[in-house]
Design a protein around this ligand. Sequence first.
Ligand code: CTP
Length: 204
Amino acid sequence: MSQSIKLRFLIASGPTREPIDPVRFISNYSTGVMGRCLVEAARKQGHRVTFVECPKDAGTALELQAKLKTLLPKHNILIMAAAVCDSRPSKVSKVKIKKELLRTIYLVKNPDILAGLAKRKKKGQIFIGFGLESSKLFERGLKKLKQKGLDFIVTQRVGSDASPFGDKSVEAFLLDKRGVYQRFKSIKKNKLAERLIREAENAR
Ligand code: CTP
């Protein structure tokens, strides 16, 4: 083990699912691989980890928000790798909607969970976000980090020629709130996770 202080990590990952009716939902391509790599890397260093894996442990964004609010006070570090759906259907039908009626789905915005939690951040807690960007990974990452009140953010490239989903190497930036960054043209998720856990340890 590389260092002696053992920390309590709260790690959320995977896609939220926003139901339309008992059959259908809105979601995204997230697989949760990054979250599992982070859990493994933190445990390897002897840290205690609470893992919230969407959609198994929290289905919707609102469920995830409630769960993290409850768990957060007992943890030193939050890593938010969950792919939260930015919107949800304004109404969830209790019965299956017949196809002839399924033309338009009205959406309402979900809360920004990470930004909301960061407002209740306690002294000494570290908040880490994950962002997906199709361009300007550094600039947009730094902007998100500041807007959401984070200590670190990892931004990964996504686009027609770059998919970060699943067990593969990704292009990523790891940046802190001073704007200090590490750039990875191609890095495996388990290596990226190890780097991030080390950064979190050093920031304490
Ligand atoms: N996030 C969140 N709640 C949301 C949306 C995102 O907590 N409703 C968190 C994600 O878990 C991630 C970070 O915010 O850690 C950045 O997510 P991302 O999807 O890249 O950014 P958005 O804030 O959704 O902005 P945009 O979709 O415009 O890029």
